[in-house]
Design a binder for this molecule. Structure first.
Ligand code: JB2
Length: 220
């Protein structure tokens, strides 16, 4: 890693976090991290061309991460919208000795009895109610709501404006498109894709694409 990068890390490393990814998701994640009190030291990306992302500098590719860890950076945030990639990179970072903080944006309402996993993104206006559980690396996107006793699986993504009623379960890496509604008690399996605007009224197994009102399975 370039010595000027190490010198630019600053002395307060307790709140310093590096962001993985420099695309659209990173923009919102960086601002949410700052809102939660983190100091974003910069980001990494496959494309190493010099640029800034909402004021955060592109530091290089992921190969610089071990050097950052050695230089005292303890925290990393995976800002990749792709669910499989986010989970894989999150696991890599844990193996490299990083801790994964939550990025919580403005105007969120999070119950004191809700449980948030490592590296979760809870973006502006999201609501998470009593005894809900958000597993590692999941995204609860802008203005989405997760009612009581829901479980949102590892690296799942509840897209903007979606609403989960009480006791809904969302499997690992499942994607709910923008504005999806899920009625109480429904379980959606792992690795599913639910089309934007769908209303899910029945349980769905793993690995299906479903859409519509009510949502119907299109492929598996
Ligand atoms: O393994 C990686 C890696 N794979 C892709 N490591 C690092 N450090 N970077 C990686 N990337 C980079 O992530 C790509 O080179 C690209 O610059 C970035 C992804 O940017 P993009 O804007 O295409 O997608 P995104 O994941 O930031 O956002 C998507 O998902 C969000 C949830 C978009 O669909 C957004 O609109 C959406 N809100």
């Amino acid at each position: 890693m370039k010595s000027e990068v190490i010198h630019s890390l600053g002395s307060d490393l307790d709140s310093a976090v590096v962001v993985i990814g420099a695309g659209g998701h990173a923009k919102v994640a960086i601002e949410a991290l700052r809102f939660s009190g983190w100091r974003v030291i910069g980001c990494t990306d496959f494309d190493p061309s010099p640029r800034t992302v909402v004021g955060a500098e592109l530091l290089g590719g992921d190969e610089i991460l071990p050097d950052l860890r050695s230089a005292g950076i303890r925290y990393a945030f995976v800002a990749l919208g792709n669910n499989n990639l986010r989970q894989a990179r999150g696991e890599d970072l844990l193996n490299e000795g990083f801790e994964l903080p939550a990025a919580i944006g403005p105007n969120c309402s999070i119950s004191p009895t809700a449980k948030l996993g490592r590296g979760v993104a809870i973006f502006g206006g999201a609501v998470i109610n009593a005894d809900a559980q958000i597993e590692d690396l999941a995204i609860i996107n802008t203005n989405a709501s997760v009612d009581h006793d829901c479980v949102v699986g590892t690296a799942a993504h509840v897209a903007p404006g979606s609403a989960l009623a009480g006791c809904v379960k969302i499997g690992n890496r499942t994607f709910l498109g923008a504005g999806t509604t899920v009625i109480p008690g429904v379980t959606i399996g792992a690795d599913c894709m639910i089309g934007a605007g769908s209303v899910v009224v029945r349980d769905l197994p793993d690995l299906v694409t479903a859409l519509g009102v009510p949502a119907r399975v299109r492929s598996s």
